[in-house]
Design a protein around this ligand. Structure first.
Ligand SMILES: [Fe+2]
Length: 235
């Protein structure tokens, strides 16, 4: 099992994968700059110091996606975006940023089983002993459940918790505001580019009628919350 230091959130045991039921949740410690893992890390694009989940997630993401060109640039951009959203939205920065680093690992050749990247990514994390909440965030990011339903993969995805939280919204919003090359974009432009890139016969195009409004609603929720934080206080 992947040796992972404890997350900084109190995970619900009911949301823990079978293989992780006895994972220890020791008190959180800051990354040790003398830790060999920490010293091997690439420079972080995130503004906040990396927590233990983020540290491990960044290492795994780079090992799987680091040679994949734009996919890696996109991943770095989403991680940076997520790290910047955590404090304004009042969510766990370590969990959100870790999920952002990992959200597209299902595209890596070593993880592909079904060819549906949210599910393949989540399954890879589960095999590696990651907390099921991280796997669930990866499994359901950016409206994956609509494509899963169209592809007959809903049951496979349903082994993961589909949390409907501000944190899950923030992950999707980060993914939907960073383009394929890692540049910041608005959600509408990102969605239009995605549909164009995948083509009119793609799974994404086939579920557009349901997934499009779902993603737009997430963007509205997140931007509503951010408008209050920009004004100085959450509602
Ligand atoms: Fe992505």
């Amino acid at each position: 099992m992947f040796a992972l230091r404890s997350p900084s959130v109190a995970y619900d045991p009911a949301m823990t994968a079978p293989g992780l039921l006895h994972a220890s949740h020791d008190p959180v410690t800051s990354p040790d700059p003398l830790d060999p893992l920490t010293r091997l890390l690439p420079s972080s694009p995130a503004s906040a110091p990396a927590g233990p989940l983020t540290t491990a997630a960044r290492l795994l993401a780079e090992s799987l996606l680091g040679e994949m060109g734009d996919r890696w640039l996109h991943t770095r951009g989403v991680a940076e975006r997520a790290a910047g959203l955590a404090a304004p939205l009042g969510v766990d920065a370590d969990l959100l940023t870790a999920a952002a680093w990992l959200h597209d690992i299902g595209y890596a050749e070593r993880t592909v089983v079904t060819g549906f990247h949210p599910l393949d990514g989540a399954d890879h994390l589960t095999r590696g002993g990651w907390p099921v909440r991280v796997a669930g965030l990866v499994a359901y990011h950016s409206g994956a459940r609509f494509v899963a339903a169209a592809r007959g993969l809903s049951e496979a995805l349903a082994v993961y918790p589909d949390e409907r939280t501000v944190l899950a919204d923030a992950l999707t919003y980060a993914d939907q505001t960073v383009g394929p090359d890692g540049a910041r974009v608005d959600p509408a432009s990102r969605y239009a580019e995605m549909l164009h890139r995948h083509g009119p016969c793609s799974w994404n195009a086939r579920v557009d009628a349901d997934r499009g409004p779902y993603l737009r609603a997430i963007a509205r929720r997140v931007e509503y919350l951010l408008s209050f934080t920009e004004a100085g206080a959450l509602p």
